[in-house]
Ligand binder design. Structure first.
Ligand code: NAI
Length: 330
């Protein structure tokens, strides 16, 4: 099947070429899907998209006019696709629901540890032959209360890892995971109570109308002083301006983010030669207690292998009119 692949990265290439093995006629583009680049889809049956691609109503109209009938997302999240519009146009959409919850969960914990033990600062000191320890004091994770918002596939793995550290675990989710309760002593509570009691709060719910700006001034006000906030889910779960205000007044003691609400056009790209135009992320980058990674939590060999094989299998199923297990309910 003729497939146009938007936002294709160098790091995906070997995995995709191996998984496809010549079955589908692929055109790999490094540009993002937008109203501007959608016209390139003329003559393709399917388009494969990444998290940063814009599949809003206007863009979907163009893809549809050009003959695209299937979107194979190379991601679990699908908040960048207007599903209602896709359904109206008869464009089917499939995703990679679970490629490795371990990749994201382990990166989440890496952010926690690097912030707590000030690893970035320690490393840069050592490279300057400054072997002093002043200002590098961390805390024991053992015995601390960690609040996990969203205990689906990723949140559950985070819970298991933090249980191993000896953390007390609180969770908020609309569905309670009985295994986490029994085996890892996870206590479910409401979001406000989790915020009031947690030393560390980590976000693993998807971005929806209900979860947008879940973390704002009202919510932060309930949190403990010097709380550690980690977001590896989606940027807009957090009101970044409110977070900055609370970093300035010390209410938030540590912030680790792999996602940012305005990450489109910034993350995944090399802007090292450019003048940074986004004043919000520029301010975030000035705090010594903020650690930012550029949406890389998923980036492990296992994830890339699973993303590519599932994406090719989704294309196979669509082409052969077989049941599309990974189709998103529209
Ligand atoms: P999942 O679907 O397994 O878990 C999500 C959990 O959130 C579910 O347990 C669900 O009940 C809960 N939930 C949803 N809406 C809620 C609400 N309004 N209130 C309370 N609980 C709610 O998803 P998974 O695989 O654990 O992924 C979580 C998120 O992680 C994804 O939606 C995606 O945004 C993000 N992600 C980030 C990646 C990265 O590289 N940084 C890579 C993959 C996913």
């Amino acid at each position: 099947m003729k497939t146009i692949v938007y936002s294709f990265h160098k790091f995906e290439k070997p995995y995709f070429e191996r998984a496809n093995a010549g079955s589908h006629e692929m055109k790999y583009l490094d540009v993002k899907l937008s109203a501007h680049t959608a016209p390139l889809s003329k003559g393709f049956d399917a388009a494969s998209l990444f998290v940063s691609d814009d599949a809003s109503a206007q863009v979907l109209e163009i893809l549809h006019q050009n003959g695209v009938r299937f979107l194979a997302l190379r991601s679990a999240g699908f908040n960048n696709v207007d599903l209602k519009k896709a359904k109206q146009l008869g464009i089917r959409v499939a995703r990679v629901p679970a490629y490795s919850p371990y990749s994201v969960a382990e990166h989440t914990v890496a952010l926690m540890l690097a912030l707590n033990r000030k690893l970035i600062r320690a490393h840069s000191r050592v490279t300057e032959q400054n072997f002093s320890l002043d200002g590098l004091t961390g805390f024991d994770m053992n015995g601390k209360t960690a609040g996990i918002i969203g205990t689906g596939k990723i949140g559950a793995v985070v819970a298991r890892i933090l249980h191993g550290f000896g953390c007390r675990l609180l969770a908020f989710d609309k569905i309670e995971n009985e295994i986490l309760k029994q085996r890892h002593h996870v206590q479910y509570t409401d979001c406000a109570s989790l915020c009031r009691q947690s030393d560390i709060i980590t976000l693993h719910v998807p971005l929806t109308d209900q979860t947008k700006y879940l973390i704002d001034n009202t919510c932060i006000e309930m949190m403990r002083k010097s709380v550690m906030l980690i977001n590896t889910s989606r940027g807009a779960l957090v009101n970044t301006k409110d977070v900055i205000q609370n970093l300035k007044n010390g209410k938030i003691g540590y912030l680790g983010i792999d996602v940012y609400e305005e990450e489109a056009g910034l993350f995944f790209e090399d802007h090292s030669e450019d003048i940074l135009q986004d004043d919000t992320i520029a301010r975030l980058m000035t705090f010594p207690n903020v650690l930012i990674t550029s949406h890389q939590a998923f980036l492990t060999q296992t994830s890339l292998q699973n993303i590519s094989t599932t994406t090719i299998s989704n294309l196979d199923c669509f082409e052969e009119n077989r049941i599309l297990e990974n189709e998103i309910e529209q």
